[in-house]
Design a protein around this ligand. Structure first.
Ligand code: C5P
Length: 209
């Protein structure tokens, strides 16, 4: 069983993907984390679109780096912002596309997989068995992200988180390559007024048919 979960930042797509993977005992890949790894390297090494070869090399090893990099190094808004900048570069996306498809073809995903991101249902796995598109009101999402960052000990202001999120949404939805879009065969779930249990229940009801 292959499940694609796409959606905007802090929409709850990652939580849904993790819970579906646990429920059905499937492999799970948070593809946003791969773009964040490339974004982190770009920040640390001062790379931009003039260093595309270096960025490609980082993209190729991002999955390996991910397994040894502490989560808090990629879970901040500076890295998220840079992730969305490198994510608009076609050579970076091409490397990560290969990597994501290898993940699905690998024996550890033999029982099936859940991938979450922005273009899973549209580009990475267009033939997925189930596709979900998760979204929520931008104020609700910014509120959630602010709380999450506070819980992680980062002092951020709601107003700044909201502004950053709007800019990132704008870039992800309007880029030329693999923009964030709900495919016509995706089930759209608005999580503005739903908790994680309700969202999982909706997805499971759809899968049960
Ligand atoms: O999901 P997350 O917020 O961690 O993703 C960080 C950034 O990576 C997104 O804003 C987006 O620009 C990029 N991304 C992407 N395609 C994916 C997953 C993430 O372009 N499949």
């Amino acid at each position: 069983m292959i499940i694609a979960v796409d959606g905007s930042a802090a929409s709850g797509k990652g939580t849904l993907a993790k819970r579906l993977a646990a429920y059905f005992d499937l492999a799970h890949l948070d593809t946003g984390a791969l773009y964040r790894m490339v974004g982190l390297a770009a920040l640390e090494q001062g790379l931009d679109d003039k260093n595309i070869n270096e960025l490609q090399a980082v993209a190729i090893t991002s999955a390996l780096d991910l397994s040894v990099t502490p989560d808090d190094r990629i879970r901040n808004d500076t890295v998220a912002e840079m992730a969305s900048i490198v994510a608009a570069m076609p050579p970076v996306r091409a490397c990560l596309l290969d990597l994501q498809r290898h993940f699905v073809a690998h024996p550890t995903a033999a029982g099936g997989a859940v991938l979450d991101g922005r273009d899973i249902g549209s580009v990475v796995l267009p033939d997925a068995d189930y596709k979900f598109f998760v979204d929520a009101d931008i104020d609700v999402r910014a509120e959630r992200r602010t709380k999450e960052l506070h819980d992680n000990g980062q002092s951020v202001m709601f107003r700044h988180v909201l502004e950053d999120m709007k800019a990132r949404d704008q870039r992800d939805r309007n880029r030329d390559i693999a923009p964030l879009v709900a495919t016509s065969d995706a089930i759209v779930i608005d999580t503005s007024d739903k908790d994680a249990d309700m969202v999982l229940a909706l997805a499971l009801a759809h899968i049960a048919g």
